[in-house]
Ligand binder design. Structure first.
Ligand code: TYD
Length: 135
């Protein structure tokens, strides 16, 4: 799907456990300016409901599982993230919703920019209007 995709990162496994390195501009296509993580999401809660104008993000479910719905004006797709060495890239102008968080889910997000509320489009009608020129 346009402006979305999966990355498989290295999983360095030894008798001491697993280690997954993610380097900006090497393993993902942007420098990482911000990291945040989402935890303890109640059952039946859906988060997201927005798109970004400029921001690039990679989502990694480092523990548990979560479903991510991505949509543009023409198509939509749902990915299940349940592998700590897989990242889901979401670029500009993709509407996203995160749901079905397992109780233990930890969703790590790597972002290309500092937090900027003016980069969000939080209204689906405004999103459809702005995005229709792009798809
Ligand atoms: P939001 O991006 O809407 O979360 P989600 O898409 O997971 O539902 O952010 C929730 C709140 O947290 C909102 O008030 C903005 C704030 N926030 C920050 O202050 N800094 C950040 O880096 C992020 C991602 C959110």
């Amino acid at each position: 799907m346009y402006n979305c995709g999966l990355f498989k990162f290295i999983d360095i496994t030894d008798k001491y456990g697993h280690l997954t390195p993610i380097e900006g501009k090497i393993d993902i296509p942007f420098d990482i300016k911000r990291v945040y993580y989402i935890t303890k999401v109640e059952k039946d809660t859906t988060r997201g409901y927005h798109a970004h104008r400029k921001l690039h993000q990679v989502l990694v479910c480092v523990k548990g599982s979560v479903k991510i719905k991505m949509a543009n004006t023409k198509e939509e797709k749902i990915y299940t993230l349940d592998n700590s060495s897989v990242g889901l890239y979401i670029g500009p102008y993709i509407w996203r919703e995160m749901f079905d968080f397992s109780e233990d889910a930890v969703l790590l997000v790597l972002a290309s920019e500092h937090y900027d509320e003016s980069d969000y489009i939080r209204n689906i009608d405004f999103y459809m209007e702005e995005a229709k020129k792009r798809f």
